[in-house]
Ligand binder design. Structure first.
Ligand SMILES: Cc1cc2nc3c(=O)[nH]c(=O)nc-3n(C[C@H](O)[C@H](O)[C@H](O)COP(=O)(O)OP(=O)(O)OC[C@H]3O[C@@H](n4cnc5c(N)ncnc54)[C@H](O)[C@@H]3O)c2cc1C
Length: 390
């Protein structure tokens, strides 16, 4: 290999990525191995799934093992620092068509449009059609995601993790062993174990490193994106809406960020892309229509508001299980990727699962997070699947 290695740039663990998967892993690894030298290359992107303004923390899943993992994570959001500083229990009100909805939670109940007006402190009722019902589930919360992520990264750094705000240009693989990586400034570092947690940038990073997955795994990744509209709240609106529940429809959700005094409208209208950079070169602004229609329907008094719009990329993996596994044929290289639109909530627990995996254990649902998904039948968050299923 023609690269020069500097011993000062040698680590026990190198983590590539600056989102939930990377930061949660960094903290859990440093807690598990206090003397280990750990570096995290966080990258420079700011429009990333993990750095969005706010996220929903929920336990309803069709899959019991996910209910259990989400409940464990939610307990930590509610009770542990730094998580609890960024979490608020808001409840959600779901618009459900027809009469055959089966409540997830025992205390979930039907409410009417008048109840919703009262809860949102809104002037105008939502524009529901005759077959749409409103179900209230109080056991759901919102987290200020970008702020929570940064707090966890600061905690990891306090314990010894070295944070580098830099992109990796390629992984360095020699004779079937990953030795480390090269940064965009040309510097190289070595690591005994490298964990790639680069979300939707992962296929491109493997490609630029000359790493080819076996044929049977080549379609495991789908790079996708979703548009999020936001609107800053005035002082009066903030006072009015700060304790409103999340409003959930099949087209997306409306929720306020208290710390950032902003209303966020997320659609479920997924775009398939080849690489996240596409989002910079192509205009997707016409898609804001979906977010606007959603806001008009659920909060008619906000009609005509100026909305900012950003499109966030996300990596989808088969059946929407994250992937925590080695790269076949390459020693010392592991992937922790595939948030599939539902993994921010796992920030407090995800890293522990990666540590378990590195130590040869796969408890609970994580036994299904390897490459082999031959026993899986349905996606765990099918509401956001692009047309067709994976
Ligand atoms: C619009 C939207 C709404 C969502 N809502 C929810 C929700 O309400 N609740 C929930 O639980 N989940 C939600 N999710 C899912 C959740 O946010 C994601 O699953 C999770 O944040 C993915 O984290 P990640 O670490 O895998 O990837 P990312 O957050 O994409 O992070 C990847 C990181 O890798 C870095 N990187 C990339 N390339 C390189 C490189 N070459 N070198 C160094 N670093 C690099 C990037 O800079 C980035 O920091 C949502 C996702 C989206 C997109």
């Amino acid at each position: 290999m023609s690269t020069n290695f500097d011993q000062k740039l040698h680590f026990n663990y190198a983590i590539v990525g600056g989102g939930v998967m990377a930061i949660s892993t960094a903290l859990a690894l440093q807690r598990d191995s206090p003397n280990a030298k750990i570096v995290v290359f966080e990258g420079l992107e700011t429009t990333t799934a993990s750095k969005g303004i706010c996220k929903i923390i929920r336990t309803p899943y069709i899959d019991k093992e996910y209910v259990s993992l989400a409940a464990e994570a939610k307990r930590k959001w509610e009770t542990e620092l730094p998580y609890r500083e960024f979490y608020r229990q808001t409840g959600w009100v779901q618009v459900v068509r027809g009469d055959d909805y089966v409540p997830f939670h025992l205390e979930e109940r039907l409410i009417n449009a008048g109840d919703l007006l009262h809860m949102v402190h809104s002037r105008d009722p939502p524009q529901l059609d005759i077959e749409e019902n409103l179900w209230l589930n109080k056991d759901i919360g919102v987290v200020d995601s970008a702020l929570a992520l940064e707090a966890v990264a600061v905690e990891a750094a306090t314990l010894g993790v070295i944070r580098q705000k830099m992109d990796i240009s390629k992984l360095l693989v020699e004779n079937g062993v990953c030795r480390g990586a090269e940064c965009v400034d040309g510097k190289c570092f070595t690591a005994e174990t490298t964990i790639v947690a680069t979300g939707p940038w992962t296929p491109a990073l493997l490609d630029s490193s000359g790493i080819q997955l076996p044929h049977s795994l080549q379609h495991a990744f789908r790079v996708t994106a979703i548009g999020v509209a936001t609107s800053p709240l005035t002082e009066d609106e903030y006072a009015q809406f700060k304790s409103m529940p999340i409003l959930v429809t099949p087209q997306g959700e409306v929720m306020p960020s208290v710390k950032q005094r902003t209303l966020q409208i997320t659609s479920t209208d997924i775009i398939e892309i080849a690489h996240p950079d596409e989002l910079k070169s192509k205009a997707y602004t016409e898609r804001i229509k979906t977010n606007r229609e959603l806001l008009d329907k659920m909060m008619p008094e906000m009609r005509g508001r100026t909305l900012d719009y950003s499109v966030y990329p996300e990596l989808m993996t088969p059946y929407q299980h994250p992937l925590v596994d080695g790269v076949p044929g390459i020693e010392g290289l592991h992937l922790a990727v595939g948030g599939s639109y539902h993994s921010f909530k796992f920030l407090p627990v995800f890293g522990g699962i990666v540590v378990d995996y590195l130590r040869g254990r796969r408890p609970g649902v994580s036994k299904r997070w390897g490459w082999d998904r031959s026993k899986e039948k349905i996606s765990v968050y099918s509401e956001v699947l692009p047309k067709g299923s994976i």
